[in-house]
Write a protein of this length. Structure first.
Length: 272
C-alpha cells in the first residue's frame, strides 16, 4: 500500500518572522476585549495610553469608555489598519512609534495593552517610573502575572520593592483562543494600581528599597539571616517575632505586609 505524502510545511513569510520578533498575538475575541476594559476601570474623564494597539480591536473598546486614548503601535503593517480605525474615532490619537521611548503624559493617565510578551519587563518598569501613572492593565504571560502578584505563594523582589506605592493584582486569565495567532503560553491580566495614599512616606522610600535589597541579597538563606548582616541579631529576632515571621522563612515567601512591618520596627530608633 502506497504511503501518502506528508504535507509540505508552510514556508514562513517575512510577516511571520516579524510577528515572532515582536511577540505579536493580536486580540480577536470580543469577550476577552471586554474583560480587559472592565479590569482597567476607566471612565470618560480618563486619559488612556494603549501599548501594542495592533489593528485597533482593543482601541475601539477603550475609545467607548475613556475620554482620550493614545494608541501606540511600533509595527507599520498593523499600524496601517490602526490608522483607519483611529480616523473614525475622534478621541483617539494613533502613534506609530515605540512606546518605550515615548515621554509619559504630563497629566494623570492609565496604561492598557495587549503587550509583546518579550517586552513585559521594560514595559512594567516604564509604568512604575512614570509619575502620572494611575494604573496599568496589561495582558502578559500568565506565569509572569502570577509570579508578580504572589499567586504562587511567593513574592518577587520587584513586587516587594514597589508595594508601598503600588498594588499588584492578578485580574483574570485569557484563553489562547482569544488571540490570532494563538500564543504557545497561557495569558493573564496583570493590574498595577498606584495607591491613593502610599503605605510609606516618600522620604522613607529610598531607605525601604535599600532594606529590600539587603533582604534579597542573601546567599539562598532566610530573610532573617540576610537582615542580620545589617542589623543587630537581637533586634532582628524581636522584629521577626512581632511580624509573625519564622526565622527560617525563605525570602521569597515573606509577605509584603511583613516586609513593611520589619522595616518599620528595625528603622525605629531605640527599638529592641
Amino acid at each position: 500500500m502506497a504511503q501518502s505524502a506528508s504535507p509540505t510545511p508552510r514556508k514562513r513569510t517575512a510577516r511571520d518572522r516579524t510577528r515572532r520578533v515582536l511577540s505579536q498575538n493580536f486580540l480577536r475575541d470580543p469577550a476577552a476585549i471586554e474583560q480587559i476594559v472592565r479590569a482597567a476601570r476607566i471612565g470618560p474623564a480618563d486619559l488612556v495610553v494603549e501599548v501594542g494597539a495592533g489593528e485597533g480591536h482593543l482601541t475601539r473598546a477603550l475609545a467607548r469608555r475613556a475620554g482620550r486614548v493614545l494608541a501606540y503601535e511600533v509595527d507599520p503593517a498593523p499600524a496601517a489598519r490602526l490608522r483607519e480605525t483611529c480616523a473614525a474615532l475622534p478621541t483617539v490619537t494613533c502613534l506609530v512609534e515605540d512606546f518605550l521611548t515615548a515621554p509619559a503624559p504630563a497629566r494623570p493617565f492609565a496604561v492598557v495593552g495587549n503587550i509583546p510578551y518579550a517586552l513585559t519587563a521594560p514595559i512594567v518598569d516604564w509604568c512604575l517610573r512614570a509619575p502620572g501613572l494611575t494604573s496599568a492593565t496589561l495582558v502578559t504571560q500568565l506565569e509572569y502575572a502570577r509570579k508578580r502578584t504572589g499567586d504562587f505563594g511567593r513574592w518577587s523582589r520587584l513586587t516587594v520593592r514597589s508595594w508601598p506605592e503600588f498594588e499588584w493584582r492578578l485580574a483574570g486569565r485569557l484563553p489562547r483562543t482569544a488571540f490570532r495567532p494563538a500564543p504557545r503560553v497561557e495569558s493573564g491580566l496583570l493590574r498595577l494600581a498606584r495607591r491613593p495614599v502610599p503605605l510609606l512616606p516618600p522620604d522613607a522610600m529610598p531607605a525601604y528599597r535599600r532594606f529590600v535589597e539587603l533582604g534579597f541579597g542573601g546567599l539562598g538563606g532566610s530573610l532573617h539571616a540576610s537582615l542580620c548582616r545589617g542589623y543587630p541579631p537581637r533586634r532582628v529576632d524581636a522584629a521577626a517575632r512581632a511580624a509573625r515571621l519564622a526565622v527560617d522563612t525563605p525570602v521569597g515567601y515573606v509577605w509584603p505586609e511583613q516586609w513593611l512591618a520589619l522595616f518599620r520596627l528595625l528603622r525605629a530608633p531605640g527599638r529592641g
